[in-house]
Design a protein around this ligand. Structure first.
Ligand SMILES: [Zn+2]
Length: 418
């Protein structure tokens, strides 16, 4: 009866030894992915807790910060976004951000302008239906493809942006759609998803885990699955930009700033508290493994402050960005630019060898020849709950019907279903 115990102890000890001898990535589940052997950059990168590039010192690793905004780009949030135009990275190029766009209310002339100024436009569905459980959760591959591809067609046409520049996707409400969604991304030639949250692989949650770097799905994923359905198949060359949860002021995880909580509304009304919250989360990350640090939000998070007669969120966030701009190894870049670095990682003192991280001497000319605002009434097949819709685009003439899912150019007479 006493014999099995030493055996168990031995097994446990062997387990510890095996864990200590685990691959350098620090992940236990990545046995099938061997970087440099069966997975090679720029097409394949194994999931890892370490920066790619084997730089040897964390000092050589740039700290990337990613700012994204979801949903419609409109005249009411345009000035807010353009207000960050004067913030520069250490190489004196303007910071860039990612906009995950949904169709309704979007002003495509502003989308064109944001793209012209170096920001990334990415996809976030045509309909953005709010019935997450009834619509997104059971969505099949063909519905995901329709929502992605029809929006891509609309942006290409109405904002006059080259299709190749539309690389990324975020699922509405972060309702990750399992293999159906990832297979849709792969088939449409999209390059990355940024909807997959993680609590486990952050720099604040559980030791010895740390922040997960972006990786490809050539050999599956070790990532935890806190929201929606995670994929189980393999998708060679398709990148996951993991959304590392922040640690809010109640010590809870939050994937987007909008859901970060605090005692006594200090993240609503106290700009110093907002700045301190962002700095605290940033510094944990910066001093641990410098995994890309994402601040994902909606313009409505700032607007909620305005409605409550406080600009604390905008001021605290801006002050945080101003402080970041004093750090020589911190680059605020859009996800597509980060992806370019991931594929060809360079130490921070050689970062200007990555064309996507540098900037042209002058902004390009606009590619939006005219700004046209069109009115659509019920006779133009607008969404059933609306009495009218307006759409501003770079194109003429007015589409005969309101552009929507299955009808991205508005040419067909297809009534919109509820
Ligand atoms: Zn959204």
């Amino acid at each position: 009866m006493t014999r099995p115990l030493p055996c168990l102890l031995l097994l446990a000890l062997l387990g510890i030894v095996a864990a200590l001898a685990a691959p350098k990535s620090g992940l236990k589940d990545d046995a099938s992915c061997k970087q440099g052997y069966n997975c090679k950059l720029p097409e394949c990168l194994c999931p890892s807790l370490e920066a790619p590039g084997n730089f040897g010192s964390l000092d050589d690793v740039p700290q990337f910060v990613v700012l994204s905004y979801d949903d419609a780009v409109t005249v009411s949030n345009k000035d807010f976004y353009l207000g960050f135009q004067n913030l520069l990275n250490p190489n004196h190029c303007r910071i860039s951000m990612t906009f995950f766009l949904s169709h309704q209310y979007t002003d495509y002339t502003i989308v064109n302008e944001l793209h012209r100024l170096g920001h990334e436009i990415a996809l976030h569905s045509v309909t953005h239906k709010s019935d997450s459980v009834g619509y997104w959760r059971p969505a099949n591959e063909s519905l995901w493809m329709q929502e992605m591809d029809d929006l891509r067609k609309m942006i290409v046409k109405f904002a006059n942006i080259p299709e190749k520049d539309l690389k990324g996707w975020r699922a509405p409400f972060l309702e990750l759609g399992g293999d159906e969604m990832f297979s849709a991304l792969q088939q449409l030639g999209l390059k990355y998803d940024c909807s997959w949250t993680t609590i486990k692989y952050t720099n604040w949650f559980e030791k010895p885990n740390q922040g997960l770097w972006p990786y490809t799905l050539d050999y599956g994923s070790p990532q935890d699955c806190p929201m929606g359905r995670c994929p189980t198949d393999k998708y060679p060359g398709l990148w996951v930009m993991p959304m590392l949860d922040l640690n809010d002021n109640k010590n809870l995880p939050c994937a987007m700033l909008d859901t970060c909580q605090s005692e006594e509304d200090e993240l609503l009304g106290n700009k110093d508290a907002v700045e301190a919250f962002l700095k605290r989360n940033f510094l944990i990350n910066y001093y641990t493994n410098k995994a890309p640090f994402g601040l994902y939000t909606h313009h409505s998070w700032f607007y909620e402050g305005t409605l409550n007669k406080t600009e604390a969120r905008r001021e605290g966030y801006t002050n945080f960005l101003l402080w970041l701009s004093t750090l020589e190894d911190v680059y605020v870049v859009s996800l597509d630019r980060l992806l370019a670095w991931m594929k060809d990682p360079k130490p921070v003192d050689q970062i200007d060898n990555i064309p996507e991280i540098t900037c042209p001497p002058l902004d390009p000319e606009t590619t939006c020849p005219s700004h046209n605002t069109y009115y659509f009434g019920p006779e133009n097949n607008i969404p059933p709950q609306m009495s009218s819709m307006y759409m501003t685009t770079c194109t003429k003439p007015k589409p005969p019907y309101y552009p929507w899912l299955y009808n991205p150019y508005g040419l067909e007479d297809i009534p919109i279903q509820e």
